[in-house]
Ligand binder design. Sequence first.
Ligand code: AP5
Length: 217
Amino acid sequence: MNKPYRIVMLGKQGAGKGTQSSKLAATLGIAHISTGDMLRAAAREGTEFGKLAQGYMDKGELVPDSVILGAVEERLSRRDCAEDGFVLDGFPRNLAQAEALDKMLEPEGIKLVINLDVSTEVVMDRLSSRRVCTGCGRTYSVHHPPASNWTCDDCGSEVVQRADDTPEAIGRRLAIYEEATAPLIAWYQAKGCFVTVSGEGDFDAIFEEILATVERF
Ligand code: AP5
């Protein structure tokens, strides 16, 4: 694939979308656009957009399309996305968002959708053991903690459990995935830009497979 890269990372909550997308974006020199990170940053800053999103996020519900679509469109319209491209992580999450994304990117559209495939059993374990940095958003887990006293190795901020990584919210999020997001698999398969990569196993091996997929597309 040549620039501009236009990649969507699809997968269940906990599949490793954030982990792998941030590394892919850094490697390709393109933007990593995580709608979850955008919403959490807005909530931390206390903007109207963030306040509106917070309640939905904490319960594990999707934020309404009317809230998220404008923010994504604005981000994609910036020069870095147009010239170099992007990896979208956490968007689209339903058919309405996928159709809106197609319109935003007319006439070219998305070039590649990578579906990170992980069993529900594995994601349940990953989400309940995940910890995140309150400063820069870097992800850790109880199995791979920061070097010192739950402070981030990169920025020194506190590393905590996400509010939506409780058993109730995880259950709700996975149910929403099956209902709203999983139908996107067939939708993108029909467009011929869809590849599934196993998201289970060693981080680096998964990344190598993702990179090889991008290179051969
Ligand atoms: P978002 O932040 O996107 O959360 P999510 O979809 O629930 O996805 P996660 O961040 O939980 O999982 P991930 O696949 O990124 O996994 P990660 O790399 O962190 O969204 C949060 C909320 O915002 C939503 O619930 C919703 O309310 C709202 N929202 C966001 N986008 C929206 C949209 N488009 N429309 C409406 N609302 C929206 O990895 C998980 C853990 O596993 C980590 O601890 C990691 O270290 C570990 N891990 C990763 N890979 C491996 C591996 N290979 N082996 C072992 N452990 C691994």
